[in-house]
Design a protein around this ligand. Structure first.
Ligand SMILES: C[S@@+](CC[C@H](N)C(=O)[O-])C[C@H]1O[C@@H](n2cnc3c(N)ncnc32)[C@H](O)[C@@H]1O
Length: 291
């Protein structure tokens, strides 16, 4: 199989990394039904997938060429999304007044309509301009305020409030970045925000990534390789420096099924950490009151 390079990726997805959004929206549209995942409810994802299919067909693009069909990817996408929804609810619960949810690499994320129970929240979504344009075409009524920028370039924090408690979400993103890029993102937040923040991201354990780049089925489909992993929430917090503290690392591989549960259990016994988890770390600015 030929691994697609950036030139082979349709412009509507920007590049190799942008093409990975096809897998996540496909999973949110169909994997809940396919694997009978209780409490998954995302009708908007189904509509977005249909509109994206029509848009892609107009350019003779077959989205299925980019979809990873494995259960671990598709069901795993749902379990991490459910986990991140719960983390945002928890941030909402412990925070007074209005909050922001700022999603880095928002792709076609449907969270803003999936969690109407979360009140007094403004959703922002950051992605590269080509992806933002595609998102506007297939999600014209979504309330997420969109910012066309790269989170690895200066200026990505210019267009939302810095004095509002903020839950930053990086869902399906940090595994494609380098450790230096993740460190810089956490440093940008720490040097800019004047309110309490959480940073919620999903990643493999660093042992899975090893020292180099890890190819996977997503590499065959999109050309993207895994480049970052983190052992636990403490390691993530350490990457950010002194002002960040670990909150939790929640296994989202075990819920996929019995085989995945067995693998994640054995890994936990051997490594005292999760194989794949949603990691939450907290930032408290100097002088800010916390609860
Ligand atoms: C696997 S998709 C996940 C999309 C979305 N978070 C979801 O869960 O459906 C990864 C997304 O990150 C975006 N992305 C990758 N690198 C980025 C960067 N440097 N700045 C902004 N977005 C980026 C891609 O364009 C893509 O939309």
């Amino acid at each position: 199989m030929t691994i697609p390079d950036n030139n082979a990726i349709p412009e509507m997805f920007s590049d190799n990394l942008g093409a990975t959004l096809i897998c996540t929206i496909e999973a949110r549209a169909h994997a809940g039904d396919d694997y009978r995942i209780a409490c998954w409810n995302d009708d908007e994802a189904k509509k977005v997938w249909q509109r994206l299919t029509v848009l892609a067909e107009q350019s003779s693009i077959d989205l299925n060429d980019y979809v990873v069909a494995e259960k671990s990817n598709r069901a795993g996408t749902i379990h991490r999304a459910l986990c991140i929804d719960r983390q945002i609810r928890e941030f909402r619960r412990i925070t007074d007044g209005p909050i922001q949810v700022v999603t880095l690499g928002v792709g076609l994320c449907t969270r803003a309509t999936r969690v109407p129970d979360i009140k007094d929240v403004t959703f922002f979504g950051i992605d590269r301009p080509e992806v933002v344009a595609t998102r506007k075409a297939v999600m014209p009524e979504d309330p997420t305020e969109l910012i066309g920028a790269s989170v690895t370039a200066p200026g990505w924090m210019d267009d939302f409030a810095h004095d509002k408690p903020t839950c930053f979400v990086a869902e399906g993103l940090v595994m494609y970045l380098t450790a230096d890029q993740v460190r810089q993102i956490l440093a940008d937040i720490a040097s800019t925000m004047t309110a309490a923040c959480w940073f919620v991201s999903d990643s493999h354990h660093s042992r899975v990534i090893g020292k180099g780049q890890r190819k996977a089925e997503i590499t065959n489909k999109t050309g993207s390789v895994y480049t970052f992993g983190s052992a636990d929430a403490e390691s993530m917090a350490n990457l950010g420096g002194q002002r960040w503290q670990a909150v939790s690392a929640i296994d989202t591989m075990g819920p996929i099924g019995p085989m995945h549960r067995a693998i994640s259990t054995v890994f936990r016994l051997l490594r005292k950490a999760e194989l794949f988890s949603v990691k939450t770390i907290a930032f408290q600015p100097t002088g800010a009151g916390g609860r």
